[in-house]
Design a protein around this ligand. Structure first.
Ligand SMILES: C[S@@+](CC[C@H](N)C(=O)[O-])C[C@H]1O[C@@H](n2cnc3c(N)ncnc32)[C@H](O)[C@@H]1O
Length: 275
């Protein structure tokens, strides 16, 4: 977006936003100079940035397709972001046209974008809501009109929880959401990791995002595993153990081929609520 265009309400074009930075990394146009500069600073220390974002995006799409094939027909996608193509409802409705998706995000530009993008999509709804407010998000009238809480739901928290500091207990928040979903529901979650990355690159990610509207906290495998406590993790690809994997490998036909430097920046899993 050009700086001379009127920014939508609530959008501050002087502070980078993770949603707009992610959009720029993926080649979108819903971003401003301040976002592009922030991304380019990160890219200097993390040249595989674009690969990392696409590997994460691929996880989201493959997981949604797989979940729909398991019979899931309802999705709550928190931290939905700005991508213009191949969103959750596209992946789900390609398998089951009756699949419904509730998108939620707390970025004002995502609100403006979602209203434009979803105007003609059936079975989708968007709310401006904060992940840290489960009561507000799940109790929202649009959520209740879109989601039948007596039936299984897939909760998507893809590249979201690393924007939530430990002090806000993202693990407890995920548990609160899952507690309210019917048995047979799923959690699909990915997070950036600091494991096996160069300190300088991790430091730059932290530093640049600390100057954005939400700081980033790359977490260890152990910390990311904790999000799935009490849930049954599904094997991420044929022949794999039921455990977390790198984002590019989840659902990959050829995991060796899918392995890349970028993919190793994110761990993910899909897990079922059985009880
Ligand atoms: C990196 S993008 C991920 C987009 C999409 N989920 C994906 O993985 O392709 C992270 C998104 O999370 C949103 N976000 C960050 N903190 C949030 C919060 N507390 N509540 C709701 N959304 C949040 C940001 O606005 C951004 O759109």
């Amino acid at each position: 977006m050009s700086e001379t265009e009127q920014a939508p309400p609530g959008v501050d074009i002087t502070v980078p936003s993770p949603a707009r930075m992610y959009d720029y990394i993926l080649g979108g146009t819903d971003n401003y100079e301040v976002d592009r500069q922030a991304v380019e600073t990160v890219r200097k220390q993390m040249p595989e940035l674009e690969d990392a974002a696409w590997a994460n995006r691929g996880f989201l799409q493959r997981a949604v397709r797989w979940l729909t094939l398991q019979g899931v027909r309802q999705f709550i996608d928190i931290g939905a972001g700005l991508p213009t193509m191949n969103n959750t409802h596209d992946a789900a409705q390609a398998v089951a046209p009756d699949a419904r998706v509730l998108y939620a995000d707390n970025d004002p530009l995502v609100t403006a974008h979602a209203n434009r993008l979803l105007a003609n999509s059936s079975g989708t709804a968007f709310i401006t809501a904060d992940f840290r407010d489960p009561d507000g998000l799940l109790g929202h009238e649009v959520t209740r009109a879109t989601i039948d809480f007596t039936e299984p739901v897939a909760l998507l928290a893809v590249a979201l929880t690393h924007f939530v500091p430990d002090e806000d207990d993202p693990w407890g928040l995920i548990r609160q959401y899952m507690d309210r979903l019917a048995p047979g529901s799923y959690l699909a979650l990915s997070s950036i990791t600091s494991d096996r990355q160069m300190d300088k690159a991790v430091g730059t990610v932290r530093e640049v995002y600390s100057r954005s509207t939400a700081g980033a906290r790359p977490r260890s495998l152990r910390e990311i595993e904790r999000f799935f406590t009490g849930l049954e993790i599904v094997p991420p690809y044929e022949g794999a153990a039921a455990s977390l994997t790198y984002v590019g490998l989840w659902g990959a036909e050829d995991p060796e081929e899918a392995d890349s430097e970028g993919s190793r920046w994110g761990y993910c899993a899909v897990a079922k609520k059985t009880g």
